[in-house]
Ligand binder design. Structure first.
Ligand code: DC
Length: 648
C-alpha cells in the first residue's frame, strides 16, 4: 500500500489489547535461546523486528517452534550456539542488531551482520569498542563505527572492568550486559558519560533476572555481572504489552474524549514508557491505572495544556507527545531527546518537517523540539505525511487526524512493531460523518446536497465542480481534454478557493464559466481519465471536516467516501432532467431547446456510467431516491430523515 487516507476524527473510545512489547520480546527470545532448558514464550510480538531475531536464532541452530496464538517454544542451547558461521540481515531492527552483536562477538564463530541502508548509518562503535576490551575481533566492513560488521573467532579475555559509553544509545549497554554471562567470569561495566534511556536498562536487567542472572548495580554508573552467571529457562514467560504502542491509544483517549483503555500494561509493568501516562496527566488528561491496564480521557473541562518535559525517561513514547501537542493550549517543549537523531530516522528532523506541513510552527535543536499548536484545531492544514520507514512517525501522525484529514505515505512501516495498528486505530475512533449523494447529471443532487448541508450546518463538496475546474483550466492552458498526463498535472496544481457563493480559479471568479455546456462536455471527458481521478482523490477527501460533510457526485459512495454513514443515489427520468436543465438555462437568459439537451444528457449518462474507472452506478448500500415526481423540498426532507436515522 502506497498511502492511507485518514478521515478527520470526532471521538475516540474503546479498549485495545496491546501487542507484545518489542523490547521485551527480542530480549526474551535471545536469552531463551542462550539459556539452559526449554522456554515457552507467550504473547510474543509478531512484527518485522521480532521476525528478524527469530530468523537469526534459527540460522544459529536454535530450535524455535511456533505454537500458535503468539506463543513459541525455544530450545535453549545452554550458552553456545551450535552453528559457528552465518550471515545475518537484520533490516532496521536496532535491538536485534545491538544485542546479537554483543552475544555473537563472544560466541567463538565467524559471522556477518548487516541491515538496511539506514541501519548502516546508525552508530555501533561504542559497543564494538567495549567488546574489543574483552578481546572480541570485530571488523567494520564499510565505515568505521557503523554496520555492516564482520565478527571473527577470538580469544575472549573476560574479567575486570569494561568501559562503555552510555550517552548515545542505551542499547550498547544492553548488548554488552546480555553477552557478558557467556564469559563465566565476573565483569564490571563502567558507563562513561550520562546514561540515557535508563528505563530500557531496567528492562534488560529485569529480563536477565527472569533468566536467573542477577546484575549488581551501583547507581547507573557501574554494573557487575557475577562469576558463574548462567541463563536458565524460567519455563513459561509472558511478554507484557508494548508500552510505547500504548502511548498512541492513550493519546487518542486524551485528545478524543475517551475513555480509551489499553490492556497489557499497567502499574506492574517493567517498561519505563508507562510513565508516558504521567506526561499526559501533566497535560491535563484524566488517567486511571490498574495492575495490567491504563485508561485515558480528555480533561474534564477545557483543552489539554502544553508542557515542558525532560524526556530522557521515555524516549520512544515522547515522540507521541509531539503530536499530542497539536491539541494543547500553549507550546510543548520536549528536551533531552538527542537519541532521536540516531533512531530509524533522524526523528527530530522528521518530526519537525512533517509537523510544519500541518501549518504548525516548530523549533528544533540538537536535543529538543518545541511545537506551537494552532489557536484552533480546525486551523491544522490537510497534509501528505512522509514516514521515513519509521513506524513511530506513522503512528504519531495518525493522531493529527483529530484536526484534519491526512494522507500517510507508506503506512505499512508500522509492521516493525504493530502490524495491525491502523485497523485497531479505526476500531476505536469515530470519523467525521459523511452523506454521499450520487446520481446522473441534472438530477438535482447538487441542489439537494447543498440544502441538506445548510440544514445540518455541515460542509458541502460539489465534486463535479473539481472536474469542471480541471476542464476549464486545461482549456485555458491549451491542453487537450484527452491528454491524460497533462490534464492530471493540471488537476494536481489547481489553485481553487471555494467560497460561500463563489469559486475562484487562480484568483478569478469562475462560478458561471464552469457551468457552460462546453465545459460540461469537457468535464465528462476529463472525468474518464484514471490519472485525473487519482489526483483528485485526496483533494476531495480533505473536505471532510467537523462537524460533517455532504458530498455530491458520481463516486462519493463507491470510491471517495466508502465509509459514508448515509449513501443516497438520487435520480430522475432523463426527460424530467432535460426539462429542469431547460428551465435553468431559460431563467439565466440563455437560449435553449429541449431536444438537444435530452440527447446531450443521454450521451453524458452513457459516458459517466460506461467508463472504466468509478462509473456512475448505484452502490449496493445506497438508498434510491427517484425525484421524477418529487419536489426539491421533499427530496431534502427524505435525505435528512435517512441521515438522522444513520446518526442515531
Ligand atoms: O455533477 P456535474 O454535472 O457537475 O459533473 C461534471 C462532470 O464530472 C460529469 O460529466 C460527471 C463528472 N463527475 C464524475 O465523474 N465524478 C464525480 N464525483 C463528479 C462529477
Amino acid at each position: 500500500m502506497e498511502f492511507l487516507d485518514l478521515p478527520s476524527l470526532m471521538a475516540a473510545q474503546g479498549t485495545v489489547r496491546l501487542p507484545g512489547s518489542k523490547s521485551i520480546s527480542n530480549r526474551v527470545l535471545l536469552l531463551a535461546a542462550l539459556a539452559e532448558g526449554e522456554t515457552e514464550v507467550r504473547d510474543l510480538l509478531e512484527s518485522d523486528d521480532t521476525a528478524r531475531m527469530l530468523d537469526a536464532l534459527k540460522v544459529l541452530g536454535v530450535g524455535v517452534e511456533a505454537l500458535g496464538g503468539n506463543a513459541y517454544r525455544v530450545r535453549g542451547v545452554g550458552g553456545a550456539f551450535p552453528v559457528k558461521t552465518g550471515d545475518f540481515f537484520l533490516g532496521n531492527a536496532g535491538t536485534a542488531f545491538r544485542s546479537l552483536t554483543g552475544v555473537l562477538a563472544l560466541a567463538g564463530g565467524h559471522y556477518h551482520l548487516s541491515g538496511v541502508p539506514r541501519m548502516h548509518e546508525r552508530p555501533i562503535g561504542d559497543l564494538v569498542d567495549a567488546l574489543r576490551q574483552v578481546g572480541a575481533d570485530i571488523v567494520y566492513r564499510e565505515n568505521d563505527g557503523y554496520p555492516p560488521l564482520e565478527i571473527r573467532p577470538a580469544t575472549i579475555r573476560p574479567g575486570g572492568v569494561v568501559r562503555v559509553r552510555g550517552d548515545v544509545s542505551s542499547q550498547f549497554l544492553t548488548g554488552l550486559l546480555m553477552a557478558l554471562p557467556l564469559t563465566g567470569v565476573e565483569t564490571t561495566v563502567e558507563v562513561v558519560g550520562e546514561l540515557i534511556s535508563k528505563p530500557y536498562i531496567e528492562i534488560t536487567l529485569a529480563v536477565m533476572a527472569r533468566f536467573g542472572v542477577q546484575v549488581a548495580r551501583d547507581g547507573w554508573q557501574r554494573f557487575t555481572v557475577p562469576a558463574a552467571s548462567v541463563y536458565r529457562s524460567p519455563g513459561i514467560i509472558h511478554v507484557e504489552g508494548d508500552a510505547s504502542s500504548a502511548s498512541y491509544f492513550l493519546a487518542l483517549g486524551a485528545i478524543g474524549g475517551g475513555p480509551l483503555r489499553v490492556e497489557g500494561v499497567g502499574r506492574d509493568s517493567i517498561q519505563g514508557d508507562v510513565r508516558f501516562a504521567e506526561a499526559l496527566q501533566q497535560m491535563g488528561a484524566r488517567i486511571e491505572m490498574g495492575a495490567n491496564w491504563i485508561e485515558a480521557r480528555s480533561p474534564a473541562a477545557g483543552r489539554l495544556r502544553g508542557i515542558d518535559l525532560d524526556c530522557n525517561h521515555i524516549p520512544d513514547a515522547a515522540m507521541t507527545l509531539a503530536t499530542v501537542a497539536l491539541f494543547a493550549e500553549g507550546p510543548t517543549t520536549l528536551t533531552n531527546i538527542a537519541s532521536w537523531r540516531v533512531k530509524e530516522t533522524d526523528r527530530i528532523a522528521a518530526m519537525a518537517t512533517e509537523l510544519r506541513k500541518l501549518g504548525v510552527r516548530v523549533e528544533e535543536g540538537l536535543d529538543f523540539i518545541r511545537v506551537f499548536p494552532p489557536v484552533r484545531t480546525a486551523d491544522l492544514k490537510p497534509a501528505v505525511i512522509d514516514t521515513y520507514d519509521d513506524h513511530r512517525i506513522a503512528m504519531c501522525f495518525s493522531l493529527a487526524a483529530f484536526g484534519t484529514p491526512l494522507r500517510i505515505n507508506e503506512p505499512n512501516c508500522v509492521a516493525k512493531t504493530f502490524p495491525d495498528y491502523f485497523e485497531r486505530f479505526m476500531a476505536v475512533t469515530t470519523p467525521v460523518p459523511v452523506i454521499a449523494i450520487d446520481g446522473p447529471s441534472a438530477s438535482g443532487k447538487g441542489t439537494v446536497a447543498a440544502r441538506v448541508a445548510a440544514a445540518l450546518g455541515w460542509h458541502y463538496l460539489d465534486s463535479g465542480a473539481l472536474y469542471r475546474l480541471t476542464a476549464l483550466a486545461a482549456q485555458r492552458a491549451g491542453v487537450a481534454w484527452g491528454d491524460e498526463a497533462a490534464v492530471a498535472a493540471i488537476a494536481a496544481g489547481l489553485d481553487v478557493v471555494f467560497g460561500e457563493d463563489s469559486i475562484r480559479l487562480a484568483g478569478e471568479e469562475v462560478g458561471e464559466a464552469i457551468r457552460s455546456e462546453d465545459i460540461s462536455f469537457g468535464a465528462s471527458q476529463v472525468a474518464a481519465l484514471p490519472a485525473v481521478r487519482e489526483v483528485l482523490l485526496f483533494r476531495q477527501r480533505v473536505f471532510r471536516r467537523a462537524p460533517g460533510l455532504v458530498g455530491d457526485g458520481r463516486d462519493m459512495a463507491s470510491v471517495i467516501f466508502p465509509d459514508a454513514r448515509t449513501k443516497v443515489f438520487l435520480t430522475a427520468s432523463v426527460e424530467v432532467r432535460a426539462e429542469r436543465r431547460y428551465k435553468q438555462l431559460i431563467e439565466k437568459g440563455i437560449a435553449a431547446s429541449i431536444q438537444p439537451l435530452l440527447l446531450d444528457l443521454r450521451a453524458r449518462d452513457e459516458r459517466d456510467s460506461q467508463r472504466s474507472v468509478a462509473p456512475l452506478q448505484q452502490s449496493a448500500d445506497a438508498e434510491l431516491l427517484d425525484t421524477t415526481d418529487l419536489s426539491i423540498a421533499a427530496a431534502v426532507a427524505q435525505v435528512l430523515a435517512w441521515a438522522n436515522k444513520a446518526l442515531q
